[in-house]
Design a protein around this ligand. Structure first.
Ligand SMILES: Nc1ncnc2c1ncn2[C@@H]1O[C@H](COP(=O)(O)OP(=O)(O)OP(=O)(O)O)[C@@H](O)[C@H]1O
Length: 227
């Protein structure tokens, strides 16, 4: 039996008092690559936010990487996020420091102390995304695709059990999107679980995988048809 990384039962997602998604029951297992699709405003980002503790789970039950979303306290959120790697559409790199120092900043913030170990870790994750030689550059000195690869490297720093990527290719051209997608696929092949919200149907066709759809306040699995 494969390990369950995410399990939701009868979950509703609210933005303030507005119901965005309702009656969600699903499981994601270790090693899966799962897409989350749906029209603008259908609730993909709200769903992701609930998973990383940015929106409370008010209705239903849910567990993610061994955290109970229902009983999650404010103080638990940093610990939950250490077990998740979160990647956003807009990279969110700190503009005032180079790539290496962007990553060191995160390591220090999550309790790392030994400079030698930190440097080795930074090198390791940058190598995984093909950016090992560019650590000295500032975010504005690299392309959008490279910035997103660095953001993926940053998400890998604490060896997350689950990577949540919210429209990671949303700001990238089609070719660069494929390059970033290849990085995510490689990371998935090493056994890491990935949940990726996307609008990009071309990518889904190119890299078919389990797909969940947000529609009409529901989330359900869709079967991809061969084209
Ligand atoms: N901070 C907020 N406060 C109140 N309502 C919000 C907030 N953020 C989103 N919503 C509402 O929640 C619903 C779902 O939005 P959400 O951003 O989750 O959709 P999405 O599928 O991620 O869309 P997109 O693809 O455009 O990012 C929308 O009706 C939106 O207006």
């Amino acid at each position: 039996m494969s390990e369950t990384i995410l399990k939701l039962a009868n979950v509703a997602v609210f933005q303030k008092e507005n119901l965005v998604l309702n009656d969600i029951s699903l499981e994601v297992h270790k090693g899966e690559f799962v897409y989350l699709i749906g029209k603008t405003g259908s609730g993909k980002s709200s769903f992701m936010k609930m998973l990383y503790g940015d929106l409370p789970l008010k209705q239903g039950t849910g567990s993610i990487v061994d955290f109970d979303l229902k009983t999650l306290k404010e103080n638990d959120i940093p610990y939950l996020r250490r077990k998740l790697g979160i990647v956003f559409q807009d990279f969110k790199l700190l503009p005032d420091r180079n790539i290496n120092n962007n990553l060191i900043f995160v390591l220090k913030a999550t309790g790392w102390k030994d400079p030698v170990k930190m440097n080795l870790k930074v090198e390791e994750v940058l190598d995984k995304v093909g950016m090992k030689t560019k650590g000295f550059k500032f975010p504005h000195e690299i392309s959008g695709g490279e910035q997103q690869r660095v953001a993926i490297a940053r998400a890998l720093l604490n060896d997350p059990e689950l990577i949540l990527a919210d429209e990671p290719t949303g700001n990238l051209d089609p070719q660069t999107s494929v390059e970033v997608m290849k990085v995510l696929q490689d990371i998935n092949k090493t056994g890491r679980t990935i949940l990726m919200a996307t609008h990009d149907y071309a990518l889904i066709l190119k890299y078919p995988s389990k797909t969940l759809k947000c529609d009409g306040s529901k989330v359900f699995e869709v079967i991809q048809k061969a084209v």
